[in-house]
Design a protein around this ligand. Structure first.
Ligand SMILES: Nc1nc2c(ncn2[C@@H]2O[C@H](COP(=O)(O)OP(=O)(O)O)[C@@H](O)[C@H]2O)c(=O)[nH]1
Ligand SMILES: [Mg+2]
Length: 369
């Protein structure tokens, strides 16, 4: 399960977005550690799965999902210090920082004025400070242990954490460090907040959104207007612009009215869908599909996953007994209209366990039981 955690100042729109994205009835309160967080599941919108479902008319349609958490603190501020002890946040694969750009005198801003760039930087500073505390405590512990007994493993860990501490002391988030392989794995183990990929959600005014804040250029424009451009060029950072208030209005409409409303605004899809999809993409995940009369389903795997490992996503037995993957590209299947027609044209490939699964592959795994 992919996990994303919402952070941001009070009244930036986190809970509004959370409830809309996850449909609040599915959310459950999870009480772990000092803080409490609401957990909810979002379905990743994917027009490809819609097309496949229309083609197969299966009993079940199962989309990819992302889990979101929203800190349930009275003040509504999900600042870094409030996050460090919350399990749902430590375990998150990505942070989603909701930044207030909307003007509304009825909703007071905790800092008194609207300044998204200032808020983005102060959250960054908080994340870095929280991580610095974690790194220093870890290093103290490691030095003590190393005095008792030397071990290559502990020395290696000390080296990685020392690199992290140096970056943090310079005010650099750990997501900007270009760590690889085992170092990266080790870094993940520490659950550093500033190491997590960051999605910036700019919560705009209705008026700003009506200008058409969709697509990369408009997001850049919105980000530029908010003074956020320097943040967007950073490693493992992405941005989306939404207007939570408009999303609230859309959510009250039926599907046809919602589509008409969106197109009036010059938008192709809701902001919620953009946030969910951007979270999924930021994490570096792709989808492959399994299709049939029983079920059409999207499966989430990290980019560059070999076929046998991808099979394990469905069931460990399929990975263990892996023989071949029958693979057809999404575009071929849509163009030919059926798996049989793809087969006739030789467009169904037989791939081995090391084949790197591509986004949109439709796969039937052959395996021995
Ligand atoms: N005008 C306006 N108000 C908003 C928008 N997004 C959220 N709000 C309002 O701001 C207040 C705080 O929102 P909430 O989602 O609870 O913020 P949180 O503290 O970050 O969880 C609520 O009254 C929302 O209705 C927006 O885009 N425009
Ligand atoms: Mg809230």
């Amino acid at each position: 399960m992919l996990r994303a955690a919402l952070i941001g100042l009070g009244s930036s729109g986190k809970t509004t977005l959370f409830q809309l994205m996850t449909s609040a009835k599915e959310s459950a309160r999870a009480a772990h550690g000092k803080g409490e967080a609401f957990i909810g599941i979002s379905k990743v919108p994917d027009p490809r799965l819609d097309r496949l479902t229309a083609m197969y008319n299966p009993r079940k349609r199962v989309p990819a999902t992302v889990e979101f958490s929203d800190l349930a603190v009275p003040a509504g501020t999900s600042g870094a210090q409030a996050l460090v002890d919350v399990v749902a946040y430590k375990n998150a694969d990505a942070l989603v920082h909701v930044l207030r750009a909307f003007q509304d005198p009825a909703v007071p801003h905790p800092s008194g004025s609207i300044d998204p760039a200032r808020d983005a930087q102060s959250m960054e500073d908080e994340l870095i400070l929280a991580d610095l505390g974690v790194a220093e405590r870890r290093l103290e512990r490691l030095e003590k242990d190393l005095k008792k007994s030397r071990s290559a493993e502990l020395e290696r860990e000390r080296d990685v954490v020392t690199v992290c501490r140096a970056a943090l002391e310079e005010g650099r988030p750990l997501r900007a460090l270009d760590l690889k392989g085992d170092d990266l794995k080790q870094l993940r183990g520490f659950q550093f907040l500033s190491a997590k990929p960051l999605l910036i959600v700019i919560n705009l005014d209705e008026a700003q959104l009506a200008d058409g804040a969709e697509g990369a250029t408009e997001i850049d424009r919105a980000a530029g207007a908010a003074g956020l451009t320097p943040f967007l060029s950073r490693a493992a950072t992405a941005a989306v612009a939404v207007c939570a208030k408009i999303e609230l209005e859309i959510a009250q409409l039926d599907a046809a009215d919602a589509a008409a409303f969106l197109s009036d605004l010059g938008l192709k899809e809701s902001g919620l869908d953009r946030v969910i999809r951007a979270s999924y993409e930021l994490l570096g995940y792709i989808s492959f599909f399994t299709v049939g009369d029983d079920e059409c389903r999207a499966w989430s795997i990290p980019r560059h996953t070999p076929a046998q490992l991808a099979a394990g996503e469905i069931h460990s037995d399929i990975a263990r007994g892996f023989i071949r993957a029958e693979v057809v590209g999404y575009d071929s299947l849509i163009a030919r209209g059926s798996m049989a027609a793809c087969r006739d044209r030789g467009e169904v490939r037989l791939e081995g366990k090391d084949y790197i699964v591509q986004d949109g592959d439709i796969i039937n795994f052959r395996f021995a039981t």
